[in-house]
Design a protein around this ligand. Structure first.
Ligand code: KIV
Length: 285
C-alpha cells in the first residue's frame, strides 16, 4: 500500500500516539526521491544547503531564490511526502507583507507544504500572520544558525535555568501563534523533554536527545556525503556514501587513463554500407 503524505492533523496525532516522526533534509531531486523511497515522514529543505550544497561557512548568505530553486527540485523528487522549506536569513523580520511575499514564493513556486522559521517570541507575530494566510509554519528554537553572528558560536542551548525558561516561553509563544511543530536544535536533553511535555504540538529534535516527538538529521551528515570532517556529537552516520562515490570516480579516472573505458560495447556504430561511401571502400580495420 502506498504511504500517504503527512498532514497537519496526522503530525499532531503522531505525537498523541507517541509515534516518532522522522524528518531528513533534502536539497535536490535525487536526494528527495531517495528520502521518499526510504519512507521518511517529512522532508526539510533546510537552509543548511548553504553549508552542505553551496559550500558557504554559514546559512546567512542563502537567499529566497536559492530556497525556491531547491524546493522546486525536491517537490519534483518527492511527490508524496510532506515538505517543509526554511525561510532564509532576514526574509521574515520586516513587514508582514514582505514576509508573506517570501513565504508565498516558497509555497507557490517551490510547492512546499509548509515553511520553517527560526526564532522565539519575537517572531510570533510573523508566524501568526503566515498561519492566518493559510501557510503552515514549523518553528525552530534553541541554536538558530541564522543568528550565528549574534550568538557567536554553535553552542548548546538550555544549560542555565534562565536560558531554559526563555526557551520554554518562546516555544509556548510559537505554539500559541499557530506553529504546527517546532524544531529544537542543540538543546539539553532535560529541557527538550520539558518543552516536549508542555506543548501539544510535536517537537522535532536535532542534538536535543531522545525525548522529542521526532528527529531531524541533515542528509549529508546522516549519509557521510562530503559532510564535516570533524564529526558532530549528536550525529549518527548510517552510511558512507562519500567513500563509495570517491572510489567510483577514482575507478573511472583509472579506466579512462588506461583506455579500458569506454570499450566498443559502450560505443554506437554505423552500418558498414553507410560507412563505405565515406572511405570509398570498406576499411580493413
Ligand atoms: O537547515 C536545516 O537543515 C535545519 C535543520 C538542522 C533543523 O534547520
Amino acid at each position: 500500500m502506498e504511504k500517504k503524505a503527512l498532514t497537519l492533523t496526522r503530525f499532531k496525532k503522531m505525537k498523541q500516539d507517541r509515534v516518532p516522526i522522522t524528518v531528513v533534509t533534502a536539497y535536490d531531486y535525487p536526494s528527495a526521491r531517495l528520502a521518499e523511497e526510504a519512507g521518511v515522514d517529512a522532508i526539510l529543505v533546510g537552509d543548511s544547503l548553504g553549508n552542505v550544497v553551496l559550500g558557504y561557512e554559514s546559512t546567512v548568505p542563502v537567499t529566497i531564490d536559492d530556497m525556491v530553486y531547491h524546493t522546486r527540485a525536491v517537490t519534483r523528487g518527492a511527490t508524496n511526502t510532506f515538505i517543509v522549506t526554511d525561510m532564509p536569513f532576514a526574509t521574515y523580520h520586516g513587514s508582514l507583507d514582505v514576509t508573506l511575499k517570501h513565504a508565498a514564493r516558497i509555497m507557490q513556486e517551490g510547492l512546499a507544504n509548509a515553511v520553517k522559521m527560526e526564532g522565539g517570541a519575537e517572531i510570533a507575530e510573523a508566524v501568526q500572520g503566515l498561519v492566518r494566510a493559510g501557510i503552515p509554519v514549523m518553528a525552530h528554537v534553541g541554536l538558530t544558525p541564522q543568528s550565528i553572528n549574534q550568538i557567536g558560536g554553535y553552542r548548546v542551548q538550555g544549560k542555565s535555568s534562565k536560558q531554559a525558561q526563555k526557551l520554554l516561553e518562546d516555544a509556548k509563544a510559537l505554539e500559541q501563534a499557530g506553529a504546527f511543530s517546532i524544531v529544537l536544535e542543540l538543546v539539553t536533553d532535560e529541557i527538550a523533554e520539558l518543552i516536549t511535555d508542555k506543548l501539544a504540538i510535536p517537537t522535532i529534535g536535532i542534538g536535543a536527545g531522545p525525548a522529542t516527538d521526532g528527529q531531524v538529521l541533515v542528509f549529508h551528515d546522516l549519509l557521510g556525503y562530503a559532510a564535516d570532517i570533524v564529526p558532530k556529537k549528536f550525529v549518527k552516520t548510517y552510511a558512507n556514501v562519500g567513500d563509495i562515490i570517491r572510489s567510483g570516480i577514482s575507478e573511472y579516472i583509472r579506466e579512462v587513463k588506461e583506455r579500458s573505458f569506454p570499450t566498443k560495447e559502450h560505443a554506437f556504430h554505423i552500418e558498414q554500407e553507410e560507412l563505405q561511401p565515406l572511405y570509398g571502400s570498406v576499411p580493413s580495420k
